[in-house]
Design a binder for this molecule. Structure first.
Ligand SMILES: [Zn+2]
Length: 224
């Protein structure tokens, strides 16, 4: 009888520990090698010197199925610590994310050449492409921007809405809003949110970007 209470306490402790993410097996959405994630299925004009700056970061998040998933973010190596820290917030606050697949992932490639289809709800960072409606390379093309749940957080400029047919309903789970803990966490680390761009004549709710000060000269090489 004297061992009953400690035994019960141990079982409760064990149950608490096993409810933590580290103990919960994640559904693996993406587990590509660096070669697969960064160097394959890319547009032929993607500059190698940019690809050499990229890393594939393993991240964990809860999907809309409320289950823990593992995906990967291809990002500039200088932003990898931020991405790890931000996905810890995303996981802890259970902000639902549909999927986090590199653009090189076979499931993304199925949607369009080099995975460039705008009709997606996938969360991704690096993709070699220009800014929408421009010839200047997007910060995504330098691995310095990330888009979340595009169908819930569309890009809107005049009549143009991407993904096509998407609507912005701030009360829906997985939507980014000014008061969202996820948006606050990005801003605390110095990231800019596209949801704040109304004065630019557009909003890009899905989009976050950051140019670390040490990379400003490097970015100017590509955005003159
Ligand atoms: Zn973006």
């Amino acid at each position: 009888m004297q061992f009953r209470q400690p035994t019960l306490t141990l079982w409760i402790l064990f149950a608490i520990l096993c409810s933590l993410p580290a103990c919960t097996p994640a559904i693996v959405d993406s587990a590509l090698t660096d070669i697969q994630a960064i160097w394959t299925n890319q547009p032929p004009d993607a500059p190698e010197e940019i690809q050499q700056q990229l890393v594939a970061v393993d991240v964990h998040y809860y999907g809309f199925d409320r289950k823990l998933h593992q995906g990967q973010v291809v990002i500039h190596k200088e932003l990898a610590p931020d991405i790890r820290q931000l996905f810890a917030v995303i996981r802890e606050t259970r902000f639902p994310v549909e999927s986090v697949l590199p653009i090189a992932h076979p499931l993304v490639q199925l949607k369009g050449p080099f995975g460039l289809s705008p009709d997606t709800n996938n969360t991704s960072a690096y993709v070699w492409r220009p800014i929408v409606g421009s010839r200047t390379v997007s910060l995504h093309g330098l691995g310095l921007a990330i888009d979340f749940n595009p169908r819930l957080n569309p890009y809107c400029k005049g009549d143009l809405i991407l993904p096509p047919g998407a609507t912005y309903e701030p009360t829906k789970p997985g939507t980014l809003t000014p008061g969202s803990r996820v948006v606050q966490a990005f801003k605390e680390l110095g990231w800019e949110w596209g949801g704040d761009w109304a004065e630019k004549g557009k909003v890009d709710y899905m989009h976050f970007q950051k140019i670390p000060s040490q990379l400003e000269p490097w970015v100017k090489n590509y955005r003159k």
